[in-house]
Write a protein that binds this ligand. Structure first.
Ligand code: PMP
Length: 308
């Protein structure tokens, strides 16, 4: 896999630092205990200029994640919002991924993080199709993971915290090393939860199903977008507990996420889903989603945050 495409500057605690100089001490608390929360956001280039998709919702989730971990972000909501946009502009990018990270810095190395400073960095870089160049059209082959998703009241799934991705990495590595693009984790009850970095939807007999928050999912912003767009298009969307085998017999299954956007799934555990290609509902939702983010339809939900 290609390495990160470096940009010029990283916003570090209020200042722009050259990419290669954006460094921290090896005894930073977050490095040892995953005491950090973050966001993944996309900025899209459109005919009307660049827009950051649902920036306010992402920053809201960042502050929520920090609250769960009792971290006080030393900047206001608006300061982070402006800093995200300025980082894109400063780097001269028109379309990119935006990664704000809030972490406990260098001070002490006991488990107790409360005295460690809370630091904030924002990086941006160009990032293509997360699950491969053909994924959006052709779909991906995935497996149900042998790893269970983080359980309620353990590592809280509503926080987008770095610690969650210890579980995510196990799911992802297993899938990749077994020759799949992604893994689907089941929750601790055995119901469908989500991918290592995506929410999941299934379509059966024209109805769209997706796990509810009780399946230990991250409340995905793309998930919310797709639910709204699908209802707008007249589909019934049910948030339910999904048994694993429901995926096998679904007509269509797809992932949603900022990085993955809307990616069709063509097989699960080597079982062909539907016709083994992108289905009509997935295609329709992709069309609605991409025309929205490209600014081709009116921004009725106020999701397009102008970069400038
Ligand atoms: N679940 C997990 C575990 C994720 O990491 C992501 C990516 N942030 C998602 C779901 C999708 O969330 P969003 O649509 O907000 O990117």
């Amino acid at each position: 896999m290609a390495g990160i495409k470096e940009a010029k500057y990283i916003w570090m605690n209020g200042e722009f630092v050259p990419w290669k100089e954006a460094k921290i001490h090896v005894l930073t608390h977050a490095l040892h205990y995953a005491s950090s929360v973050f966001e993944g956001i996309r900025c899209y280039k459109t005919k009307k200029g660049s827009f950051v998709f649902r920036l306010k919702d992402h920053i809201k989730r960042l502050f929520d994640s920090a609250k769960i971990y009792r971290m006080e972000i030393p900047y206001s909501f608006d300061e982070i919002l402006v800093a995200c946009k300025r980082t894109v502009i400063e780097n001269g990018l028109e379309e990119c991924y935006i990664r704000p990270l809030v972490f406990r810095g260098y001070h002490s190395l006991g488990v107790n993080p409360l005295d460690c400073p809370v630091e904030v960095v924002i990086a941006v870089w160009e990032w293509g199709k997360y699950l491969g160049p053909e994924a959006l059209e052709k779909g991906v082959d995935v497996m149900v993971s042998s790893w269970t998703r983080i359980a309620p009241n353990t590592v809280p799934p509503l926080a987008k915290a770095s610690g969650n991705y210890a579980n995510g990495q196990l799911i992802k590595m297993e899938a990749i090393l077994y020759g799949f693009s992604e893994g689907i984790a089941l929750d601790s009850m055995g119901f469908v939860s989500e991918g290592s970095g995506e929410n999941i939807f299934a379509v059966k007999d024209g109805v769209i199903y997706t796990p509810f928050l009780d399946a230990c999912i991250l409340p995905g912003i793309t998930r919310d977008t797709v639910i709204k767009l699908a209802r707008e298009a007249g589909y019934e969307v049910r948030e339910v507990m999904l048994p694993r085998e429901f995926l096998y017999i679904a007509d269509e299954v797809f992932f949603t996420g900022t990085a993955a956007e809307i990616t069709p799934i063509k097989s699960i555990d080597k079982m062909i889903i539907g016709k083994g290609e992108r289905g009509p509902v997935t295609k329709k939702l992709q069309e609605m989603f991409f025309s929205y983010i490209k600014g081709e339809v009116p921004d009725k939900y106020g999701w397009l945050e102008p970069l400038k």
